[in-house]
Design a binder for this molecule. Sequence first.
Ligand code: BTN
Length: 273
Amino acid sequence: MSDWRVGGLDEMGSELNPSRIQSLLEGSRIGKKICLFSECESTNDEARALAQNGEPEGTVIIAERQSKGRGRLQRRWFSPAGGLWFSVILRPGRCDSLGLLPLAVGLGVCEGLQCHLNGNPLGIKWPNDIVSVPDGKKLCGVLCECSELWVIAGIGINANLDPESLPEEIRTVSTSMKMLLGRAADRNAVMASVLTSLDRAYRLFVGGDRQELVRLISSKCVTLGKTVRVNDGQTVFAAEALKIELDGALRVRILGNGRSVNIYAGDVTLSHW
Ligand code: BTN
């Protein structure tokens, strides 16, 4: 394991500081313990190792940099210094709608980020990208990995990244808090807000009010009502995004044959077909 620390760090404003994050948490159980790495391969891997050793729900693992950050669909996740790359250990127990959990995480993160963006609106692109509105540029991604006993919610927020530091292949489709604000964001304050609202969304999920959760997610979802290009791993087709189901699926109407189907995984991009 790389170096990691629990609790206090020096008080350098620009550095991640678990004590400062914790002092700003508003009653959140998520974040009561924060493990900070200066660098690791992937915080999801560190979180998984801890979860397998019985680490309780709510522990957060955060890294200044990841050398092998992972995205959805086996993609690489670019994770240089200045971002917020972290994973949360959750233990929701057996439940019939685990597919809704990544969306709940997306909702919590979206709400937590919103108050640090000086009015720049954000939306959720199904299943769980956080994008700036109206240009649709990606600000944050969520990667949930689970076993029967735990879920690791891995969250990557492009916080204080400059455009020239982004790899060319994502430069035109990504943004950062710094780019949206025109100045650096206070990463400790952002972390505290995100963990607090993530805790709220997670409690709604485990409390079972799925209707309310789906209503809140849908109200922020930029995918609904749009024509999308669906790649379900076998076929690629154009469809109209209709609604989010209680189990987290995206209900779409296939253009061409008019049939409605639920999408559970894969790549859904907004299209102008
Ligand atoms: C995606 O949009 O494809 C999901 C990206 C998730 C990235 C985060 S960064 C922290 C955690 N550790 C990882 O290796 N991945 C997630």
